[in-house]
Design a binder for this molecule. Structure first.
Ligand code: 13P
Ligand code: SF4
Length: 310
């Protein structure tokens, strides 16, 4: 509508004036994705943050994503449309408890999912995302115990894929953990030609039945490359916007999370509105600030991830 068009134009002007780049995750609302220079999964967005020449980074996503962009660019201004958009999975892993957990396994290599706080990253040897977790864990010598946190579903999935026991922190994402095979099977019966695709943060029962499992970026690539024309998508339904854009002839069904539902929504991602995106560029706030010592400690395992997944 007219208001959205005016906001998009204003954002475009401000972006040039400020020499800013806008990064957005696939789970944000369509208009925010429209305003972005880069839309991607966590790894692609971390890479984009690392490589940008822009002076200002605006991150439309959840807090740990903006924070990671800041860790990679300590001297740049990093803004978020709404810095109260947290990731409950990241916030489900308190630092003290994680330190105690580590103490029980002092020889272990600690691999943390990027969906974690800077404090947890600082306690870790290597960070990973859902697109490189398997590749990263594979590079750790077989005789080394591995602590994996905070997502139990991604951890379990990697453990089964590699046939390697890991010590897993029992956190989960409320959005993905809400999917059960019970409801998805009903959709699969209704659309017998459809491929079921799922994010590894889903429960085992969903992953075991899915035709393809991958990060948001990998799911998107699969829908483009696959010869199938219908997909039941078990991840946050914000990604359907880009899937439909890239494959206009194919159909996408948001997997039901409960009876009659269409997808499972990440409310935190939806806090990034076009209006807030415009306002944050206008006011140059809210700014992401990370304590210097913490930033140094948290950056090390992120750099390690980027080297190991190059
Ligand atoms: P991706 O890295 O697959 O985009 O996942 C991010 C996320 O928050 C999933 O819930
Ligand atoms: Fe966090 Fe889940 Fe939302 Fe991803 S979908 S940002 S893991 S709460």
């Amino acid at each position: 509508d007219d208001e959205e068009r005016a906001l998009l134009e204003r954002i475009e002007t401000l972006k040039k004036e400020r020499n800013a780049v806008i990064l957005a995750h696939y789970y944000t609302v369509p208009r925010v994705q429209d305003a972005a220079d880069v839309v991607g999964d966590s790894l692609a967005l971390a890479r984009a943050a690392e490589e940008t020449d822009a002076e200002v980074i605006v991150f439309a996503g959840v807090y740990f994503m903006g924070e990671t962009a800041k860790l990679l660019n300590p001297d740049k201004l990093v803004l978020m449309p709404d810095n109260s958009a947290g990731c409950p999975l990241a916030d489900s892993c308190p630092t003290d408890e994680f330190r105690a957990f580590k103490k029980e396994h002092p020889d272990a290599t600690v691999v943390s999912y990027i969906n974690s706080t800077a404090e947890i990253k600082a306690e870790s040897d290597i960070v990973c995302t859902s697109s490189n977790a398997e590749h990263i864990v594979r590079q750790i010598p077989e005789d080394k115990p591995v602590i994996f946190g905070p997502d139990r579903n991604l951890g379990g999935y990697i453990q089964r894929k590699l046939g390697r026991d890991m010590i897993i922190w029992q956190g989960y994402c409320y959005v993905h953990d809400a999917y059960s095979w019970d409801y998805i099977a009903r959709a699969a019966a209704e659309y017998p030609q459809a491929r079921v695709i799922a994010h590894p943060e889903c429960r085992r029962e969903v992953l075991d039945h899915a035709d393809f499992v991958g990060s948001t970026g990998a799911l998107l690539a699969y829908t483009e490359e696959s010869d199938a024309a219908e997909f039941i998508v078990a991840t946050e339904p914000g990604i359907l916007y880009e899937m439909k854009k890239r494959s206009p002839g194919k159909s996408f069904i948001a997997a039901p999370a409960t009876s009659g539902s269409s997808g499972s929504v990440c409310t935190q991602m939806k806090q990034n509105s076009l209006k807030k995106l415009c306002e944050c560029l206008e006011r140059s706030e809210p700014e992401i600030v990370v304590d210097k010592d913490l930033a140094e400690a948290a950056l090390r395992p992120i750099r390690r991830m980027l080297e190991m997944s190059a």
